[in-house]
Ligand binder design. Structure first.
Ligand code: CA
Length: 448
């Protein structure tokens, strides 16, 4: 499975960062007995990040939800014809068939004009793509998996599909959630919202046009390989709104000399530019790229260190962090650390890398997309939540003590879209006035 191509470096069950060496890129924790196979799945099972089930090879799955299937990117409504897939421009106005899987096809008998032309023609649908890490893919380990007092007959009922999705929940993530709620998933709960859902809500012609290329452990360097292997888009398709969101692994690893294993500013710049060059060759004109800065992981210590971990037995997060650091398997030694100086220095490096990203966004230009840099939304989402009486730990994944949880995912969407409205309103897709008509004619547009 060529796992060398798939592992960015740093991860946590998404376990802990940086592989042992170039020839053995899995993190150290994967050497523990019985863990290696699970690691290989979590770090890059899934067929180079493409759907495992894909008969026509167009990069979209017809029926399989898991294994990078429809939970990760829109459903292929004709799994035997590679010209038919989400995001495609309609073929012959979609008179005869639905070539872009948005559920809209046929001809208006009164006007003799194809519905695609009539309802979508003046309102170009925009697809949603995220190039990201475990936070983008929405990594989540159900806390009941860890708590002996809560384990029952049904606790591990869905474990196979959870593993097949690499412990990620993209269908509920800030970028590509398409479920209205978490009701279908007993292992996770909280509010749901996503950039895809907002984009689609503004123009129902964009139905099913989402792709989540989030990979646990991804750094900017690994994203160059991931995008070349996993992106399904051609310049003949509709434009994209791209989230470039690699928010921590370039400063997070489990090594004792953690700073030596962070991505340098020079490497970082070169990798980001390489990804942008590749995007330029693949995305349709009039696309947009949002470049998200790195998170400030000091909130993890601040919000969690003296709280109890779900594993029980009085284990605090501080004790857990120490233990993981001792074994050199922490997902982020720099921030999950009782030494304030180390935490601050890690943030300094994250800010340096964010400044490189910001500089690229303001100085480079490409013909097929515009770029905009914005600060990582987690900080602002946390501030708002705390101002309303919430506490930081209520926004963090309890098991790993590291990732934004379901509530934080939904809250970050609000921050991102408020930012878009105030800073780059031209990045926001136009509202299609035909939405009500689309709904009345095509109902749920084939669902998901
Ligand atoms: Ca269509």
């Amino acid at each position: 499975m060529g796992r060398a191509n798939k592992v960015g470096g740093d991860l946590v069950l998404d376990f802990g960062s940086s592989g042992n060496s170039a020839s053995d890129p899995l993190p150290k924790i994967c050497n523990l007995p019985g863990v290696k196979e699970l690691c290989e799945i979590i770090y890059g099972f899934a067929n180079n990040h493409l759907p495992v089930e894909d008969l026509d090879g167009d990069g979209f799955s017809g029926t399989e939800k898991n294994l990078r299937g429809t939970y990760w990117r829109g459903k292929d409504c004709d799994p035997k014809d590679s010209k038919v897939h989400p995001g495609a421009k309609p073929i012959d106005g979609d008179r005869e068939m639905d070539s872009n899987c948005n559920g809209i096809y046929g001809v208006n008998p009164t006007t003799n004009v194809p519905y695609e032309t009539e309802l979508c023609g003046n309102y170009t649908p925009i697809g949603t793509l995220v190039l990201g890490d475990s936070a983008s893919a929405h990594f989540h380990v159900p806390p009941e998996f860890m708590d002996a007092t809560k384990i029952g007959n049904h606790t591990y009922k869905n474990i196979m599909s959870i593993v097949e999705n690499e412990f990620d929940w993209p269908m509920l993530s800030a970028n590509t959630a398409f479920f209205d709620s978490t009701a279908d998933f007993p292992e996770i709960n909280g509010p749901v919202n996503s950039s895809y859902e907002i984009t689609r809500g503004r123009n129902l012609c964009a139905h099913r046009d989402y792709q989540n290329l989030g990979v646990n452990g991804a750094r900017v360097g690994a994203m160059n390989t991931t995008i070349q292997q996993g992106l399904s888009r051609s310049q003949a398709d509709h434009p994209l709104l791209v989230m470039y969101a690699l928010i921590g692994n370039d400063v997070c690893n489990g090594h004792p000399d953690t700073f030596a294993h962070m991505t340098s500013a020079t490497e970082y710049r070169a990798s980001v530019l390489a990804t942008l060059e590749y995007l330029e060759s693949r995305v349709p004109k009039d696309s947009h790229v949002l470049m998200m800065g790195l998170a400030d992981g000091r909130v993890l210590w601040e919000g969690l260190h003296n709280r109890s971990h779900p594993i029980g037995m009085g284990v605090t997060y501080e004790a857990l962090y120490d233990y993981l650091n001792c074994l050199e398997i922490s997902p982020c030694r720099g921030w999950m650390n009782n030494n304030e100086t180390i935490r601050n220095m890690t943030t300094d490096h994250a800010e340096l890398l964010s400044s490189v990203l910001s500089d690229i966004a303001s100085t480079q230009s490409y013909s097929n997309f515009k770029m905009h840099y914005f600060e990582n939304p987690l900080k602002s989402a946390l501030q708002k939540f705390v101002a309303q009486g919430g506490q930081i730990w209520e926004m963090i994944e309890p098991v790993d003590g590291f990732h934004p949880n379901q509530r934080a995912n939904a809250a970050m969407v609000d921050v991102i879209w408020e930012m878009l409205e105030s800073e780059v309103p031209d990045f926001i897709p136009t509202v299609n006035p035909n939405n009500a008509k689309i709904k009345s004619l095509f109902g749920a547009q084939g669902g998901y």
